[in-house]
Design a protein around this ligand. Structure first.
Ligand SMILES: [Zn+2]
Ligand SMILES: [Zn+2]
Length: 274
């Protein structure tokens, strides 16, 4: 079966932050792979942890390169300028076509600890910030996630259960226990009525951390039951991964009961049949 290329790929990164390729290389690769609706969503600047985002002084250059790419591919592929806005990043004045709202950090005493940077740092946060109490860690994470629309006014809620990145096979905590489910449901109670799009994100698979996309299956089933909207993203940090895992993600979301996903087309989010 050929990879469906009529879905958008809107969560991608470049050398402006932690990606491996330039804007030009990513856009060209998307076009060569047959993508029709393509966006790059560079990380918002994060001065307290500079390697977590673009440099503030690069934002306008990033936007300019994206606008140039949009003109270059006009009529052949839609190119959108996005931003992955971390909930703790300073606000940015530039205008973006869409925003992905994400939580990447835990803050303590003015210091920011990235939860998805390495397993070593994740375990350090667990020990030093939460004194080994994984429940406290999970609870604080989902509390922050529940605020992501209020704070970033995002179109897309990024990698909803990122806290499971190093938790393949539930080796650090159980995602089946009542406590965890309650944290998730409480966040969904707040976020679903906001009527934004949840992304299904294969980024941790392409980078070898997980075997399944974010969010995990029972959360996707819950999203379907609550009639939430979803989209597919690869969170690609390399041009080869722009459509990574799309076939598997399509199969998964169909299994969960979804019949359509959201795609940005002609500048608006529209549902496309699966
Ligand atoms: Zn992210
Ligand atoms: Zn990302």
């Amino acid at each position: 079966m050929a990879v469906r290329t009529d879905f958008s790929s809107m969560h991608n990164h470049t050398v402006f932050a932690d990606g491996k390729n330039t804007v030009r290389e990513m856009v060209q690769a998307a076009f060569e792979q047959g993508v029709k609706h393509f966006g790059i969503s560079e990380h918002s600047p994060f001065p307290a942890f500079p390697e977590g985002g673009m440099r503030m002084e690069d934002v306008s250059r990033y936007v300019a390169e994206m606008r140039q790419a949009r003109e270059e591919y006009r009529g052949r592929m839609e190119v959108y300028t996005g931003l992955e806005q971390d909930i703790d990043s300073p606000a940015i004045t530039e205008d973006f076509d869409y925003v992905i709202g994400s939580v990447h950090f835990i803050q303590r005493g003015g210091k920011y600890y990235p939860i998805d940077y390495s397993e070593e740092i994740f375990l350090k946060i667990l020990e030093e910030v939460f004194l080994g109490d994984i429940h406290a860690f999970v609870q604080e994470y989902y509390h922050r996630v529940s605020e992501v629309v209020k704070i970033t006014n995002c179109d897309i809620i990024g990698h909803f259960d990122l806290i499971t990145k190093y938790n393949e096979n539930d080796r650090l905590f159980s995602t089946n226990e009542e406590f965890y489910r309650t944290c998730v449901q409480d966040a969904l109670d707040i976020l679903v009525p906001e009527n934004r799009i949840f992304e299904v994100n294969s980024g941790a698979i392409s980078r070898g951390y997980r075997k399944t996309p974010y969010p995990q299956k029972w959360i996707l089933e819950e999203l379907c039951k609550r009639r939430a909207k979803i989209t597919l993203n690869a969170d690609a940090h390399h041009r080869d991964n722009i459509l990574f895992g799309y076939d598997e993600m399509i199969k998964l979301v169909k299994d969960c009961g979804f019949t359509e996903i959201m795609v940005m087309s002609q500048g608006a989010w529209i549902p496309v049949k699966l």
